[in-house]
Design a protein around this ligand. Structure first.
Ligand code: IPE
Ligand code: IPE
Ligand code: MG
Length: 265
């Protein structure tokens, strides 16, 4: 059965089984509950959460993960008490001021995606400077999703796609839209992790998570240490990704890959 090009699905080639995920996307949840358990203000949990971010970046660098995308602030998080929002913004500013030189030295390229226009000018300038400072790195592509929402992303991409090509008689393709999504520079996430026990996507990368492997853990973000991260990667490595194919087809593709002569690899 032939496929109409305009309706081609993003179904991809089956990746090598047991491989380290190329792209990991994480909803870092549970900071508030971590603090509450200790009778601390919620902000203490967010502060502690920054240390986990540092550790997770280190693990990704060591294990050869190429893309790490972290949900730091959703478009819905503005609904939180004003004081918490303001403290989160201050924490973001502080992290940009203190962490960027380390990222640069470690070969990490930083990007921030989301509707940044709602942030104050100081924060917007810091983001632009941090992105510029790390622009030539490529050991790890670190993306922070801030004031990000999956529906917002799809809509802004659609608007930009229609501005670029207002009239396409053959119809627009998935590729036309994908080119305008915030994460167009990255492959789709192989592994999605959510800490903190909730089993939902909370308007994160709605388009891009179509075929990601999902991993939910009760561990709260401030306690998500190296062992917890490695457990998530190991769980991923044991999964069989089929992208609609049968198990037998996947096994055949893997055998063919193993038998492929070096020169053609
Ligand atoms: C996630 O932790 C961090 C942000 C949303 C900024 P939470 O603050 O949502 O923590 P819980 O869910 O209340 O424990
Ligand atoms: C999702 O966490 C957003 C981030 C981690 C930044 P929330 O804790 O805000 O999600 P919901 O609203 O409980 O689903
Ligand atoms: Mg939460």
């Amino acid at each position: 059965m032939s496929q109409k090009p305009g309706f081609a699905s993003s179904t991809r080639d089956v990746p090598e089984s047991g491989a380290v995920p190329k792209h990991i996307a994480i909803i870092m949840d549970g900071n508030g509950r971590w603090a509450k358990k200790r009778h601390l203000p919620r902000f203490a949990g967010h502060k502690k959460g920054v240390e986990t971010v540092r550790d997770v970046i280190k693990t990704c660098l060591e294990r050869g993960v190429s893309y790490l995308t972290l949900f730091a602030f959703s478009s819905e998080n503005w609904r939180r008490p004003e004081e918490e929002v303001s403290l989160l913004m201050q924490l973001f500013v502080r992290a940009l001021q203190h962490e960027v030189s380390r990222l640069r030295k470690n070969g990490v390229r930083l990007r921030v995606v989301g509707d940044l226009s709602r942030f104050d000018t100081q924060l917007q300038k810091l983001i632009a400077a941090a992105e510029a400072e790390t622009a030539s790195n490529n050991a790890l592509h670190l993306t922070i999703a801030a004031n990000y929402g999956g529906r917002w992303d799809i809509l802004q991409a659609m608007n930009r796609m229609l501005t670029a090509a207002p009239d396409k008689s053959a119809g627009w393709s998935e590729a036309d839209l994908e080119a305008h999504l915030c994460m167009s520079f990255a492959p789709e996430p192989d592994l999605f992790i959510r800490t903190g026990g909730e089993k939902r996507i909370s308007n994160f990368l709605l388009w891009q998570l179509a075929y990601s492997e999902l991993y939910f853990t009760d561990t709260l973000w401030p306690e998500f240490d190296e062992a917890a991260m490695l457990a998530a990667i190991e769980s991923f490595q044991q999964r069989e990704r089929r992208f609609g194919r049968t198990s037998e087809q996947v096994a055949q593709e893997n055998t063919a890959r193993v038998n492929k002569p070096e020169s053609n690899a």
